[in-house]
Design a protein around this ligand. Structure first.
Ligand code: 0X9
Ligand code: ZN
Length: 704
């Protein structure tokens, strides 16, 4: 596939551009034999005997890999200054790869040999070389063109922000009947190439897309999954950076070409090891060609997109200095490339997300910062991590376990939406190894015998459709009506204001569903209460109730639609939460409403729970006012003759708990297709639960 002759022509064509660009942007360099040999970009192993040392190393802003052990982290040194920084701070290291440029040349040669020896690789696409940026775009387009009912090309409608070099970021959506986009099915999102040099992260993402398309209709497991889920793949999140890295990878062997001076300009791997995007100056569009600047300038340029997301932005393991490898950017979501992913995740219910990176054969789960503690979904996320790593042989650990990182993709997406998110660090040894290794690691061959990312990704997709791990809103609404689910909140960054309060950014989640013929809808959504709020709730409710009262009714004679009231008197003040649960012995469907009785006798609804059949009901009233509460049990569709209602009072944990939310809701509106709002109602739904919402008002108004 990759004929040497063509390769040489490409090199010749690009050389001119590179030399021109670097001459235009940097002071003219003296060329010829007298020039100092450039610093060979190196991979070194830095000793970090303690957690403290590791944190200090992270703070230096060097180019850390994800490869480390209990006592070391591997680091890429791009310049004398990088090495000097280590010395200055008292770090010792050994050299792992003395010249990554030379390694790049070797890899290119191995890649040529692999391509020459391979007709059709075992990858779904059969490819035998790394894709270029153009290849990605061609392949995405072709998938959509060849499978119009199954694949939809995503362009600047869904990914609305062009890259700094004005490229459209592309993706594909894959699903049975893909064009009915707002049909309420859950979304699985896969991302690649946030980091320019991590080529396998784009390859595995893209191959998974091809795999699903090929499996649809022939592989029952894949067919079933594509009927139940919508899969979105954005293989190249950072096209500008990738374009540089991929191009310089091809150029690497130019260092072998001795044509008097050219070697000194591009004689290092330069941008082949580029990590970040192409931002040169905060807030400014970079001048054309500026991303071409050779190493170490080319490396130093840019914002680390995996430090630019809003959740925990600006904290540990991210640098405030633009020249650093982990530069976080001027502010959260300052970069168009992260804004794209934010827009996508905010407008869909991404119940499971994988963001691919390289390297170190790890599956990382939130949080990225050790100090953040374990997430409220730790048992479930750890378990999914284990099921994925059982299939790819990776280690299943937290993001922070190697070192702290803040502002990463899943630390924002998980905290903002509750959708599970993981970083895959693909490959054992290097950022873009010989292509054959990428093939083996996807399909589970060779060294990876029987263990491949293909299987791990399918497990993740199965999780995305598993209602035990997300939420469902379902009910009746007029066919053709547009349901809109909205939620606005503040996401905490790691920065604090003068008073020590966390600085926040504003996030809004907004998605739609069109009610199908038959007037019944099912909407797979993320939980309405965000993880950090849920954590707070569980902490309060984990305390013993300060008082609890149980009401038992037996031999109730009633029909669907009837209700029974019990009165719970609560004279106490300063109560954290009133928790009401409803239980009954048969697999029937009862609903629960909680009302506060006002002095004039009127009832104000302060809580409700209308789960589907079999789910028992629970309503939570935060900071309840003293007085009488009417606990109403409604027979939704039941023959049950007995039930038990329990009301428990819970204290506030600590001063700072006061006024915090324990429950968050979505606002669900029912609209005509022209956008006229006919009904609006708050909806609370927890993970693993189905909340029924019949939009009766809307149905009545819709008929008119
Ligand atoms: O540092 C990163 O952004 C990722 N490693 S990489 O070598 N691909 O650059 C790791 C990010 C995930 N780690 C955490 N969530 N802590
Ligand atoms: Zn990465």
């Amino acid at each position: 596939m990759h004929a040497p002759a063509r390769h040489r022509r490409l090199v010749a064509a690009l050389t001119g551009a590179v030399v021109l660009a670097s001459l235009a942007l940097s002071p003219p360099r003296p060329l010829g034999a007298s020039e100092e040999p450039p610093f060979p970009v190196q991979l070194v192993r830095v000793t970090t005997a303690t957690h403290d040392q590791r944190d200090r190393l992270t703070d230096l802003g060097l180019d850390l890999t994800e490869h480390g052990g209990d006592t070391f982290v591997d680091v890429v040194l791009h310049s004398e200054e990088d090495a000097a920084r280590l010395v200055e701070h008292g770090f010792a290291w050994t050299v792992v790869v003395a010249d990554l440029g030379a390694r790049e040349v070797e890899n290119q040669e191995l890649n040529r040999q692999y391509a020459a020896a391979t007709d059709l690789s075992p990858l779904p696409s059969g490819r035998d070389t790394y894709r270029t940026l153009t290849d990605y775009e061609t392949d995405l387009r072709r998938l959509a063109d060849d499978h119009p009912d199954l694949v939809r090309l995503l362009d600047d409608t869904e990914l609305p922000h062009r890259s700094l070099e004005n490229r459209i970021v592309y993706g594909v959506e894959i699903s049975d009947d893909v064009h009915s986009t707002d049909d309420g099915r859950p979304v699985f999102l896969m991302l690649g190439l946030h980091h320019a040099r991590e080529w396998p992260s784009g390859e595995h993402s893209m191959e998974f897309a091809v795999d699903l398309v090929q499996g649809y209709g022939s592989d029952p497991r894949i067919t079933d999954l594509l009927q139940r889920a919508r899969v979105i793949v954005v293989p190249v999140v950072n096209p500008d950076g990738f374009e540089q890295s991929r191009k310089w990878g091809d150029l690497a062997d130019l260092r072998e070409v001795d044509d008097g001076g050219t070697v000194s300009v591009i004689g290092t791997p330069g941008n082949a090891y580029k990590r970040k995007n192409c931002r040169a100056v905060d807030g400014e569009v970079p001048p054309p060609g500026s991303c071409e600047v050779a190493s170490p300038g080319g490396f130093a340029l840019g914002v680390d997109l995996n430090r630019n997301y809003g959740g925990l932005w600006g904290g540990a393991g991210a640098s405030a200095l633009p020249a650093h490898a982990t530069y976080r950017g001027a502010e959260a979501f300052s970069e168009p490339e992260t804004e794209n992913i934010r827009a996508l995740v905010s407008s869909r219910h991404v119940t499971t997300l994988i963001t691919n990176h390289t390297y170190s054969n790890l599956v990382l789960r939130p949080p990225g910062v050790r100090a953040a503690g374990e997430t409220v979904d730790e048992p479930a996320m750890k378990d999914l991590g284990a099921r994925m790593t059982a299939n790819n042989g990776y280690r299943n650990i937290h993001g922070w376990q190697l070192y702290d990182t803040s502002g990463t993709t899943e630390d924002w997406s998980y905290n903002a939406t509750g959708g599970y998110g993981y970083t895959f660090e693909i490959g054992p040894h290097e950022f873009h190894p010989p292509f054959g290794e990428v093939v083996d690691e996807y399909v589970g061959a060779g060294f990876y015998d029987g263990k491949g990312n293909r299987e791990a990704y399918l497990v993740a997709l199965e999780n995305a459709v598993d209602t035990a791990h997300h939420s469902v809103i379902a009910g009746k609404a007029p066919a053709g009506a547009v349901l809109r689910l909205k939620k606005a909140f503040s996401t905490k960054t790691s920065q604090v204001d003068e008073l020590g309060n966390p600085r926040v950014i504003s996030d809004t989640l907004e998605s739609t569903l069109t009610v199908p013929a038959g007037s019944r809808y099912t909407w797979h959504v993320n939980p309405s209460t965000r993880p950090e709020v849920m954590e707070h709730r569980l902490r309060i409710l984990a305390e013993e109730p300060t008082r609890e009262e149980t009401f038992r009714e037996s031999a109730v004679v009633w029909l669907p639609g009837d209700h029974r009231d019990v009165v719970f008197a609560m004279p106490e003040t300063d109560v954290g939460a009133l928790r009401v649960t409803l239980d009954w012995p048969t697999p029937d469907d009862l609903d629960l409403y909680v009302y506060h009785r006002k002095p004039d006798g009127s009832l104000v609804e302060v809580g409700s729970s209308g789960n589907f059949i079999l789910d028992k009901e629970e309503a939570l009233v935060e900071l309840p006012e003293p007085g009488d509460y009417v606990l109403r049990v409604v027979n939704y569709a039941s023959v049950s003759t007995e039930f038990t209602v329990t009301a428990g009072l819970y204290g506030l944990v600590g001063e700072d708990a006061f006024g915090d939310d324990l429950v968050e809701s979505y606002t669900l509106s029912c609209e005509t297709s022209a956008g006229r709002v006919l009904e609006t109602t708050p909806v609370v739904v927890d993970r693993g639960k189905t909340q029924k919402v019949d939009l009766k008002e809307c149905a009545r108004a819709f008929r008119k």
